[in-house]
Design a protein around this ligand. Structure first.
Ligand code: AMP
Length: 415
């Protein structure tokens, strides 16, 4: 079913959103992007005469009640964003009465789903190596089904609008969908948009296609890097992984971040790129610092000749030019992961050069997709978020979708 074709009048809709918003030490929201992202779906249901049961996780409470991760902290913000009162159910698995009492146009927010281990469905307090683990896992999976069934019992229709967790087969993101027939489950608008953006990247690739992968480590990105090698014309690898590549090729990298157990992997990536005819672009020079801090002393030096005691924290001017030269003429662009320690204002130049080149390419007709928490933080920091084609709310989910994996949260609804 598609959300636009469903008649919500008089129906109770249970909607999985991603309200895992960052909070400061006083429990105040520091960035409400995720709440705003869910509004089109939530408002559509209310305006059509439905009532809303909103469910989400927040943080990693690991299956235990923890007030630090209580969604009660954001209830008033959700009410303000929706422009109406929001009731709160302090126990998500015991909200039958509150749900039954809802009248059209009313809203109930459930407490953090992850206060229950059943949400994630992983056995707690038992090691994978333990011989009893398999049995514990089986038992937890059965409990997960019961938990999902309970949540499903609150509503007539299920809507999944939480792209950030769509790569997880959790009770509220996938298992719950088994308790609704095909006519009463659907993706929300945000999910539809995200799935469409990934389709644009994978199905209708206008060339050249340039992928920019940054961040701190090769190890966490290797799956997507290998997969992208079959698709892209240019592959820019930047950020902390630069130094693993430099060291693998015999370079001197000072005290830069490095994964010593991934040197062979780095050489393998270089080899594969050659074999597949992919233009692999790595940093040549960097901004190195004498300390991991914003106010450190800096020098510009080759990535493979960094003095002892110094560490590469950003892309150098020559590197920034070579990145931009590949990005600007591109027609499809994917960016995930910063080119430097962008959290420090003095080490944002590499990420800024990438963002600006992407904007230029987008103005020239390219489709550009920026995803993953840190790259999104970059485009927000530079005030350029509205000048790229699409900013994804998903990190892991986006990368898995682009790797071509079927996302359980999408599959559960679409069948
Ligand atoms: P990831 O979580 O792997 O996507 O990496 C994101 C993090 O990589 C950000 O917090 C950046 O500060 C960090 N990062 C980027 N470049 C470097 C670098 N040259 N040295 C250390 N950390 C880096």
């Amino acid at each position: 079913m598609k959300i636009d074709n469903y008649n919500f009048a008089g129906k109770k809709a249970i909607v999985r959103v991603d309200f895992n918003v960052p909070l400061d030490e006083n429990g105040k929201i520091t960035d409400d992007t995720r709440i705003r992202g869910a509004l089109p779906t939530l408002k559509k249901i209310l305006e059509a005469g439905g009532s809303l049961i909103i469910m989400s996780h927040m943080g990693k409470p690991k299956g235990k009640v923890n007030p630090k991760f209580s969604l009660a902290q954001i209830k008033d913000d959700v009410a303000k964003a929706l422009g109406r009162d929001v009731k709160f159910a302090p126990d998500c698995a015991n909200a039958s009465e509150a749900a039954a009492d809802l009248k059209p146009g009313e809203v109930l927010l459930l407490e953090n789903l992850r206060f229950y281990p059943e949400e994630e469905g992983k056995p707690v307090g038992i090691d994978k190596a333990d011989p009893a683990y398999d049995e514990a896992k089986k038992e937890m999976k059965a409990r997960q089904k019961d938990f999902a069934k309970k949540l499903a019992s609150y509503a007539d229709v299920y809507v999944n609008d939480a792209f950030g967790t769509a790569h997880r087969k959790h009770a509220s993101t996938a298992v719950i969908a088994d308790y609704f027939d095909a006519d009463n489950k659907m993706l929300g608008y945000l999910m539809e948009k995200e799935v469409q953006a990934v389709d644009n990247i994978l199905k209708d690739i206008k060339r050249p296609f340039t992928a920019i992968m940054g961040g701190s480590k090769v190890s966490t990105k290797i799956g997507i890097i290998e997969n992208l090698m079959d698709k892209v014309d240019n592959l820019i690898l930047c950020g902390g992984m630069t130094y693993t590549f430099a060291k693998a090729q015999g370079g001197k990298i000072g005290k830069s971040i490095v994964e010593d157990d991934k040197l062979d992997l780095a050489l393998d990536i270089i080899k594969k790129a050659k074999e597949k005819g992919v233009n692999l672009i790595l940093g040549t020079d960097c901004v190195a610092a004498d300390d991991f801090s914003n106010d450190a002393k800096t020098i510009v030096c080759p990535c493979n000749d960094i003095p002892d005691g110094w560490e590469g924290l950003d892309a150098g001017p020559e590197t920034r030019k070579s990145f931009a030269a590949a990005i600007v003429p591109s027609k499809t662009i994917l960016w995930n992961g910063p080119a430097g320690v962008f959290e420090f204002d003095n080490f944002t130049a590499g990420s800024r050069a990438i963002a600006e080149a992407i904007v230029e390419a987008t103005n020239n007709g390219a489709f550009s997709l920026v995803g993953g928490g840190d790259s999104v933080a970059c485009v927000n920091k530079f005030g350029l978020a509205d000048q790229v084609s699409y900013v994804s709310t998903g990190g892991g989910a986006l990368l898995e979708a682009i790797e071509g994996k079927v996302l359980p949260g999408v599959a559960a609804v679409k069948g």
